[in-house]
Design a protein around this ligand. Structure first.
Ligand SMILES: [Zn+2]
Length: 98
């Protein structure tokens, strides 16, 4: 009686591609620089844009506060600590007067 040895079956690794999301939308001046890109699953990406469209985080927070959130609660957006020059550039992009 002969034995045939088979290589153990190995499943091919599941490759889940990620979408590139522009944190500051390209329609609003966002670049494809890695600092402006988040890699997210396509389902999450689609869901985000269903709600956010191409709104900035501040605009999204305003929309959620106006329509969706319990009036006793408020979503706010805080800008992380940046160097002064980066802060001015970011403020200019978002239309905020410093
Ligand atoms: Zn996106």
């Amino acid at each position: 009686m002969s034995h045939k040895w088979k290589k153990p079956y190995k499943k091919a690794p599941v490759v889940r591609s990620k979408d590139k999301h522009h944190r500051l939308p390209s329609s609003r001046g966002g670049t494809s620089d890695p600092s402006n890109i988040s890699l997210v699953s396509s389902n999450v990406h689609r869901a985000y844009h269903q709600v956010a469209s191409n709104r900035t985080p501040s605009e999204l927070a305003a929309l959620l506060n106006e329509v969706w959130i319990d009036p006793k609660v408020e979503i706010i957006v805080l800008v992380r600590c940046y160097e002064a020059e980066q802060m001015k550039t970011l403020a200019r992009r978002l239309g905020i007067l410093l």
